[in-house]
Design a protein around this ligand. Sequence first.
Ligand code: A2P
Length: 316
Amino acid sequence: MKTFTLNDGNAIPAFGLGTWKSSEGDAYRAVKEALRVGYNHIDGAWIYQNEDEVGRGICESIKEGIIKREEVFVTSKLWNSFHAPEDVEKGCQETLTKLGLEYVDLYLMHWPVAFRSGKLMPEGTEDFWPLSDLPLSKTFKAMLKLRDKGLVKSVGVSNFSISKLEKLIAESGVVPAVNQVELHPYNPQEKLFTYCSDKGIHLTAYSPLGSGDRPEFLKQKGEPPILENQVVKVTAAEEGLTPAQLLIAWAIDRGTSVIPKSANPSRIAENLAAASHTLSTKARSAIDGIDTRFRYVDIKEWYLPGITYEGSDFWV
Ligand code: A2P
């Protein structure tokens, strides 16, 4: 499996299994199947509420000799309700206990948004910590201490825009190893891509297939499904790939790691096969040339100017 080297010297496999939206039972079976067929990278998070199942899949596979702990790259994410520095280790420990692991390979701040301690989901603006009271850099510094304690190997962020990265780096003096964001041909985030390349921040692509299984409240009317895009379909056929495989191969060819979610054994295998495909130059430019723009994961209720971000747009 191809890997990318992070700015702290650790290596991240280019391809992994996403577990967001994998329901109870599915998450365990998907992780076990993935590790059995050759995956070595599992992406999870506290808020996915399936870390016990994900962990059971990983730990059983280790016990059965399918993979060694040091051979599987496990990512988790600090939920928004653990941003207070005194809560950060608690959030991480809850994840480690559920996973049944002594450390995770990568720990990300899930969102640049902080909820009051204990608030799983905010019900009103009073449930958010204003950035002025609890800057993201304070949370990030507490996360770096987890690395010093050996609970996590690498520390990064997720859903961070350029301005938020710049502020975080200026205030903490540390460049995050990874920024995991929504990336696919409809949301290639070229400016962020260039900024992160220049800074040595590795990008991981979430929702690379358009996350068609998102809950209804996260969907917008008339969304363009990327797997149905004509250029994607035609180019995939020319490359001898399925549309999903083409999107995975494109992501890796760009230099991003990619974590498609599947709970289906044949699609789990299909997606892995894409990771070793070498994309032709023609296919790469055909996909680069798609000009439809769409962001699938956009939780507008959390975008509160003056509270959760400064400036005119959450994503800038
Ligand atoms: P399933 O879990 O039944 O395989 P994303 O990674 O962008 O969040 O997308 C996940 C969605 O894409 C899920 O609905 C998943 O369904 C579906 N999916 C995963 N792999 C493939 C594939 N190879 N072809 C078509 N759909 C896929």
